[in-house]
Design a protein around this ligand. Sequence first.
Ligand SMILES: NC(=O)c1ccc[n+]([C@@H]2O[C@H](COP(=O)([O-])OP(=O)(O)OC[C@H]3O[C@@H](n4cnc5c(N)ncnc54)[C@H](OP(=O)(O)O)[C@@H]3O)[C@@H](O)[C@H]2O)c1
Length: 229
Amino acid sequence: MTARGPRYRTDGSCPLQGRVAVVTGSARGLGEGLAYALSRRGARVALMGLEEERLARLAADLPGPAAHWHADVTDADALSVTAEAVRGTLGEASVVVANAGVALGGPLLDCDPRDWRRVIDVNLVGSALTARCFLPHLLRTRGYYLQVASLAALAPEPLLTAYNTWIKAHDSAVEPPSGEGVDENASKQHLYELARRLDIGGRSRMSRSELVEAIRKENRSRTREARSR
Ligand SMILES: NC(=O)c1ccc[n+]([C@@H]2O[C@H](COP(=O)([O-])OP(=O)(O)OC[C@H]3O[C@@H](n4cnc5c(N)ncnc54)[C@H](OP(=O)(O)O)[C@@H]3O)[C@@H](O)[C@H]2O)c1
């Protein structure tokens, strides 16, 4: 496997330059590391999480523009207010990383039911609420939503039943059933499958780029229709 560094355009600029990137749970750990990586590549970083002091320090430390918000991803109202504040302060998000998560619990018989609920609430509900809140930004910026998950999706962790449960459930919660976005780098088979789900006619004869365009067109039309309801 080859390690891949940041991708730059032919003029040497990074596609993240000047774009707004939101990272939830960014006070520490992976979220903090991602915030540095995004900032070094020129993104304007919106830090979100529970630990205000750490977030403030990180915002001041990042090499590029950044701001922070105290926001619990399980609180839909707080997320909406924060999404609006991010738009007003830094601009609309082009990248959203749903990273906030907890790994509590143990075997089902021994774990505290409150911990079990907390894992589902933060990791599953929190991620879906994050996606829901920032989707309007991403649709307008044609941006990217990244869900931080875990290898537990492939091999369940023996002592973390709630954690294993959210990992299995999150695909259907977060991936929009009709695929509101489309990753240009997806395989042709995946694009074809999306087109099939969207019932796009003539898909079997389409090239890769035609599939991407047809899916985007259908998504735009469905989004307009949903908003007018
Ligand atoms: N570390 C690993 O080995 C590993 C492996 C696989 C997947 N992951 C996933 O990677 C992500 C980050 O893991 P990590 O190890 O970096 O965890 P971490 O160091 O514990 O950081 C998680 C961050 O999320 C915040 N957070 C928790 N609940 C929140 C909520 N309701 N709203 C907003 N922020 C909240 C935490 O704040 P508090 O500290 O105040 O709670 C913390 O700042 C998680 O989703 C985790 O499931 C991690």
